[in-house]
Design a protein around this ligand. Structure first.
Ligand code: SF4
Length: 385
């Protein structure tokens, strides 16, 4: 996997190991991440200070888990981080672990992340490296904690938070690998340095995994809020018709809107979020309905099969899209797909049905002309079987 930098940023990917990693108290760490406005880089974008505080105030010593599961098939950033700069992730674990008084430090890595460099970086630093089974929902916090505890890698009851009762029955803080790497740099350089890149609303840099119709797929580091076209430029996209922002649970930004800054507020118009920084480019010769149908089928197959929306709704929504992609002459298909989308939204024990519904809704909205052409039996683009 290649890596690239936009002209303004190469912070994470160029970092060398620190001779003397900083040692922060809890108050210092909280002040730093709060001043920097650091948010989680795993997808949800939750403020890191709130997550840290949620385990630090309990009576029992917590467990800290670094999440490098990379369950999203289009994401490659954890693999790049743990190959290029594993020391930064381990340093982040050490900084946060010390500040919160963690009893255990665990780095959980998925099957697509090469473990050797991470194991080498962790040696002698008090960090356990756990190589786990993968899957789309395996990186969800409670699923991850379950697998680490020897149980099936499926999400648990959302009312019992891992920050209250997680690994070993202790409060457990799960931070994404990139978030930990950002904390390591933040501890070295301070909040002012961190905020020098990005926007007031959304400071710092992020790693973006770029795939699809591009000459150079890979991982690029860019300031938050950089326009989509500029983040994509090093990968040399081929006449993008649209970009799936946020991965399989994301939403499409049309090709005519590539000057959209990658911030939460700007992307809201398209129903997208920066998420885990996944950008998939749709080229001019690929059928978007077929792409969405394949993703929906994959997601329906990846559910933990324990809640109604995943057992019944996702397969039916995926089947509707598959029939549409095959140009079934059924004018009721869009309404049926929409009915399924509404039925699954907000009904799962985790965000999997909602994320799948978001991608499907965006497909039907952004590619409405393609939907009409399919219903009329026409589609001259690639990918039909
Ligand atoms: S919503 Fe789906 S993926 Fe999430 S816990 Fe329920 S069955 Fe599993």
């Amino acid at each position: 996997m290649s890596t690239m930098a936009t002209p303004d940023t190469h912070r994470l990917l160029a970092a060398t190991p620190a001779e003397h990693p900083p040692r922060l108290t809890l108050e210092q760490l909280l002040g730093l991440v709060e001043d920097a406005g650091l948010t989680g880089r795993g997808g949800a974008g939750f403020p890191t200070a709130i997550k840290v505080r949620s385990v630090a105030e309990g009576r029992r010593r917590p467990v800290l888990v670094g999440n490098a599961m990379e369950g999203e098939p289009l994401s490659k950033k954890d693999a790049v981080l743990l190959t290029r700069v594993p020391h930064l992730v381990v340093e982040g674990l050490a900084v946060v672990g010390r500040a919160i008084g963690a009893r255990r430090l665990v780095l959980a890595i998925g099957p697509d992340v090469h473990p050797a460099a991470a194991e080498e970086a962790a040696r002698g630093r008090g960090v356990e490296v756990a190589r786990l089974d993968g899957g789309f929902v395996a990186g969800q916090e409670s699923a991850l904690v379950n697998q680490l505890g020897g149980r099936p890698a499926v999400p648990s009851d959302p009312l019992v938070r891992v920050t209250t009762r997680g690994l070993d029955g202790r409060p457990t803080l799960v931070l994404n690998a990139e978030t930990l790497a950002q904390v390591a740099l933040l501890a070295r350089h301070g909040a002012d340095w961190f905020r020098r890149v990005g926007t007031e609303e959304d400071p710092g840099t992020s790693l973006f995994s770029i795939s699809g119709a591009v000459a150079h797929p890979g991982v690029v580091e860019a300031g938050r809020g950089t326009p989509l076209s500029r983040v994509l430029a090093p990968a040399e996209p081929d006449a993008p018709v649209a970009v799936l922002v946020g991965g399989y649970h994301g939403a499409w930004v049309p090709g005519w809107a590539l000057d959209t800054p990658l911030t939460g507020s700007a992307l809201k118009e398209y129903g997208a979020t920066v998420g885990a920084g996944v950008l998939h480019v749709l080229g001019p010769n690929t059928c978007p309905i077929r792409v969405a149908a394949d993703i929906a089928a994959y997601l329906a197959g990846e559910s933990a099969q324990q809640c109604g929306p995943c057992l019944n709704g996702l397969p039916r929504m995926a089947e509707g899209l598959r029939r549409l992609a095959r140009r079934a002459p059924d004018p009721g298909l869009p309404a049926e797909i929409d009915r399924m989308r509404l039925l699954v939204t907000g009904r799962g024990a985790c965000a999997h049905p909602d994320g799948t519904a978001r991608m499907v809704a965006s497909t039907m909205r952004v590619f409405a002309p393609h939907v009409d052409r399919h219903l009329a039996g026409h589609c001259g683009l690639e990918g039909h079987r």
